[in-house]
Design a protein around this ligand. Sequence first.
Ligand SMILES: [Zn+2]
Length: 138
Amino acid sequence: MGDCEVCGAKKAVKAAIIEGVRLEVCVDCARLGKVIENPAVAIQKPKTGGVSGSAAHRRDKKAALESSREEIVEDYAEILRKQISRIGISYSQLARSIDENESYLKRVVHGDTLPTLKLAKKLEKALNVKITEIPEEK
Ligand SMILES: [Zn+2]
């Protein structure tokens, strides 16, 4: 664009229709007519970048499964009874040492109640026995 075609004093920055004629005009002279809004300038479309899919993080649960596979051995009660009589510890003493209810402990030792893995671990430690195992794959 050159100089304003109306006043000739300023730089033409817009195209405007003035009295039916398309002229390149300055900002001031553009007010005299109807401004043609920059048809040449392409409107920049905002980039609509697709949302990248979040990477799927899969945690390996093998290690967790391995420890939870432990089971109480079948003859846990017999093992416990034998060890308790060998050591000569009373149920109340044992119950106190592992912070468990005595009557509950008795039921476990008599084979009436299957101990939880947590209790089994405590008994193993307190009595130095092994009453849990990881079952073999069949
Ligand atoms: Zn002008």
